[in-house]
Write a protein that binds this ligand. Structure first.
Ligand SMILES: Nc1ncnc2c1ncn2[C@@H]1O[C@H](COP(=O)(O)OP(=O)(O)O)[C@@H](O)[C@H]1O
Ligand SMILES: N[C@@H](CC(=O)OP(=O)(O)O)C(=O)O
Length: 557
């Protein structure tokens, strides 16, 4: 254990480790000219080669459970290339301020074994002073949501034995024990607080969006305390922060709050900037959570919102790179659950990543690129915590599109399609404005739109509908809101297939797309080319969608 403690201490002091090729991180403190896409590709492949020479157990997700003795070996193997003295001479080994934000999602934190792996990943970037953003462990957020729903169906006395609550309790206690930490007061305190909240929900027989956000916040509050304690037990100075206590301020839209950047960025910068001479500690910050500006209550940033927390913190601190560590080799050419042979995409622009996330690729939060695009000059790198050797995906402002045709194929299912036809004469003035006023007044988001002079076809964002328990009822009230100025027909269960592609080559792309659709005997209900110039959307029936995605993937990759 001592050796691992030492290595992590060295990491904290910026002394230890097998330095990765500096430029591969694209965030050295000595960054000079921005790397061109081609040079970044070369650097990515250099990193790939270098990393693949590391011991097998560093990247093999099937490797046996690592004991502390093995962990010692791992840290030693990371510290082979330089003596502390030599390492000191390298740039970035003695950072005064945070130089990188690293976010680890639930899948990277599913067990004690994964938590050890995350610690060793952090250890493998000795040239950086990291800020760590964590999601809840494994499926804890889903379990908390289930516990909330079940609390409404049981008497208060039945709450302590609710199955999801028991699973959460056991997971955190077992993990703490397996990490050698035994019973921890802070963890036990939060576990009893979450139980009290569930009892309250059961007594009130009410689960408001506000209470639900407080409820799910326990996932990240638990994981960050557990991880910070673990690193401390290994000799690394850490400081746990709840993002809502260090100034991450949002609107009061519970369950899907928007970050208020003017308030948030300076507050986070002040909270996480180390005063000169103060002892160094790695901040471990809750992802996903904020504080509502008017209510002062805990809010959440939408499912998968920890990616956004990471980029918000990165923008506040002015770092060059935010790394989001997942369970896949980067952003892939399609959802691997639909297309097994999907491949990593090495480079993406922020626009492409945003479209991809918005149209259904759950790998990134749809707003996560916003701080990078609007409030800083950072890049985002998607990496695999189960396979460090994989180069990952580098997301930046621009890339060379000369040779790009198709980048990724994304599927969003269970969408509702509305066809809205004017009942008035051709060329009716203000028809489109009237249509969109109805959506504004009903606060319903629209995904894909296609228009003619007297009709509009559009799809409704299923996540927004689901969050507000709309579905049938709300769609009915929405359609009646069109009154007598339009006739509305509604088709449920359609899918949006979004082709994230080089729209400058539309003719070549569509010629191949329609050939495939013809071969598959599939009829497209609607088509739209995004204003962002990175996306062509096709609307097809749900039942046909997965086959179409697979067939298009075969065609283009
Ligand atoms: N285009 C895509 N590229 C990569 N992963 C995708 C894509 N579309 C969907 N996914 C899914 O996203 C998952 C990773 O996102 P997520 O589970 O939110 O990670 P984390 O919880 O670690 O932040 C993958 O396991 C994969 O199943
Ligand atoms: N725990 C939250 C926030 C999050 O970002 O999670 P993940 O990084 O595991 O997708 C969720 O499940 O939505």
């Amino acid at each position: 254990m001592e050796s691992f403690s030492m290595s992590l201490q060295c990491l904290e002091a910026g002394l230890c480790g097998r330095p990765l090729p500096k430029d591969t991180l694209h965030n050295s403190s000595r960054r000079t000219a921005p790397a061109t896409p081609a040079s970044r590709l070369r650097l990515l492949s250099a990193y790939h080669q270098e990393a693949s020479q590391a011991p097998r157990h560093l990247h093999d997700s099937a490797a046996p459970r690592r004991t502390s003795v093995e962990l010692k070996g791992l840290c030693r193997s990371l510290a082979t290339s330089a003596s502390p003295e030599a390492a000191l001479e390298q740039p970035g080994t003695d950072r005064e301020q945070i130089s990188v934000v690293m976010k680890f999602g639930g899948s990277s934190l599913a067990s004690a074994e994964r938590i050890r792996e995350v610690a060793s990943i952090i250890c493998s970037f000795p040239e950086h002073y990291p800020c760590i953003v964590l999601s809840a462990m494994g499926k804890t957020t889903n379990l908390l949501l289930q516990a909330g729903a079940e609390a409404l169906r049981v008497a208060p006395g039945g709450v302590p034995s609710l199955a999801p609550l028991r699973t959460i309790r056991e997971l955190h206690r077992r993990t703490a024990a397996e990490l050698g930490m035994g019973s921890r007061e802070d963890i036990e305190g939060l576990l009893s607080e979450v139980q009290q909240l569930l009892v309250g929900i059961s007594i009130m027989q009410e689960l408001t969006p506000r209470a639900q956000d407080s409820l799910v916040s326990f996932g990240e509050r638990l994981s960050t305390r557990l991880f910070a304690s673990y690193l401390r037990s290994q000799g690394v100075a850490t400081r746990q922060h709840d993002a809502f206590s260090i100034g991450l301020t949002t609107t009061d839209d519970f369950q899907n709050a928007d970050v208020l950047y003017e308030d948030t960025l300076p507050a986070i910068k002040a909270a996480l900037t180390r005063p000169p001479g103060a002892p160094k500690a790695i901040p471990i910050v809750t992802g996903f959570l904020g504080r509502g500006i008017n209510t002062g209550a805990i809010t959440t940033l939408g499912r998968g919102g920890s990616d956004l927390t990471a980029t918000v913190i990165g923008a506040a601190l002015g770092v060059d790179e935010v790394q989001v560590w997942k369970d896949v080799d980067g952003v892939l050419t399609s959802d691997p659950r639909i297309v097994r042979e999907a491949q990593p995409v090495p480079l993406l622009t922020f626009d492409e990543a945003t479209e991809l996330a918005f149209f259904g690729a759950t790998v990134l939060h749809p707003s996560a690129m916003q701080p990078a695009m609007q409030h800083s000059s950072l890049d985002v790198r998607v990496k695999n915590s189960y396979n460090r050797k994989a180069a990952g995906t580098l997301i930046s402002r621009e890339r060379d599109m000369t040779d790009v045709l198709m980048t990724s194929i994304v599927l969003k299912t269970d969408v509702t399609l509305l066809d809205i036809v004017s009942t008035r004469m051709l060329g009716q003035f203000g028809f489109l404005a009237q249509v969109f006023n109805v959506f504004r007044d009903n606060k319903v988001s629209v995904d894909v739109v296609a228009t003619s002079e007297i009709s509009v076809s559009l799809t409704l964002d299923p996540s927004k509908i689901w969050e507000r328990d709309l579905i049938e009822e709300e769609i009915e009230s929405l359609t009646s809101a069109f009154g007598d100025f339009a006739k509305v027909s509604c088709t449920h269960r359609v899918s949006i297939i979004s082709l994230i592609c080089n729209v400058a080559k539309t003719s070549r792309i569509l010629e191949r797309v329609f050939r495939v659709l013809g071969q598959e005997n599939v009829n497209v209900k609607m088509m739209s080319q995004g204003a962002s110039k990175t996306n062509i959307s096709l609307i097809v029936a749900d039942a046909e969608a997965r086959n179409v995605v697979q067939a298009l993937h075969n065609e283009f990759f």
